[in-house]
Design a protein around this ligand. Structure first.
Ligand code: ADP
Length: 223
């Protein structure tokens, strides 16, 4: 039998690589994914990673930083290959630095996957235990949030009306279909227009049992 040792090795490595236990925070721009993700990320046993935040920390003069500015200032998605590569490198670095500990922490992903192709590629790396879908029936209220955020957080991608509208279009056409990639039983809906504390309360009701089922108490001493 013809054997290709390198290939087999890569295959074996891939097959035995454990997947990150993950909850996705999902919703339109302005739905509060980042706000809720940040709060959850402060609770021991949770690790929050926002794809948009990682992009915003890039040096705008680096190649990837320039690409980010180019696409996000038009309200469009950064190409998938660059996005996935950046995500993988970032999460690997957080793991090596023990900032994210996959054996102890439930990963809360926000802003990724953002289209069906990203979801398919990421299936090899993440086990999606739950998808929290932050919904809002009042589009204008969400636009209002984005305009306020643009001023408060200096977000150039929310400063122009046509860019905000483009971001929504991209959400509806490319991101919303991601929900159908996961089993219906894994998707939970939360109304996004409540106060941050109210929304948090609903999210915790869904997330805490999942965390308890898959991980031990993060503050207990290891056995
Ligand atoms: P919001 O919280 O308003 O949805 P983000 O902070 O998540 O926005 O993202 C800001 C911008 O960063 C996006 O408009 C897009 O250009 C880029 N971006 C973030 N995540 C991704 C992703 N998974 N794939 C491609 N582009 C992304």
């Amino acid at each position: 039998m013809l054997t290709l040792p390198g290939f087999t090795h890569r295959l074996t490595q891939r097959n035995t690589m454990p997947k990150y236990q993950t909850i996705l925070l999902f919703g339109a721009p302005g739905s509060g994914k980042g706000t809720q993700g940040k709060i959850l990320g402060h609770v021991p046993g949770f690790y929050h990673l926002s794809c948009g935040e990682v992009f915003r920390t890039l040096n705008v003069h680096s190649d990837l930083g320039k690409k980010f500015v180019e696409y996000s200032s038009r309200g469009e998605l950064v190409p998938d290959d660059l996005t996935i590569q950046m995500w993988q490198e970032n999460i690997r670095a957080q793991t090596i630095l023990s900032i994210y500990k996959p054996d102890n922490d439930l990963l809360i992903l926000d802003g990724i996957p953002r289209n069906v192709h990203q979801a398919r590629v990421m299936d090899a790396h993440i086990d999606v235990l739950l998808v929290i879908h932050l919904t809002c029936s009042d589009k204008e209220k969400m636009f209002e949030r984005l305009r306020r955020r643009a001023i408060k957080e200096n977000r150039f991608d929310d400063a122009k009306e046509d860019v905000i509208r483009r971001r929504w279009q991209v959400y509806e056409n490319e991101t919303y279909p991601v929900l159908d990639h996961y089993p219906k039983s894994a998707v939970r809906t939360v109304e996004a227009l409540g106060s941050p504390a109210e929304v948090l309360q609903h999210i915790l009701e869904m997330v805490v049992p999942v965390q308890a089922k898959h991980f031990r108490n993060a503050l207990e001493t290891p056995r």
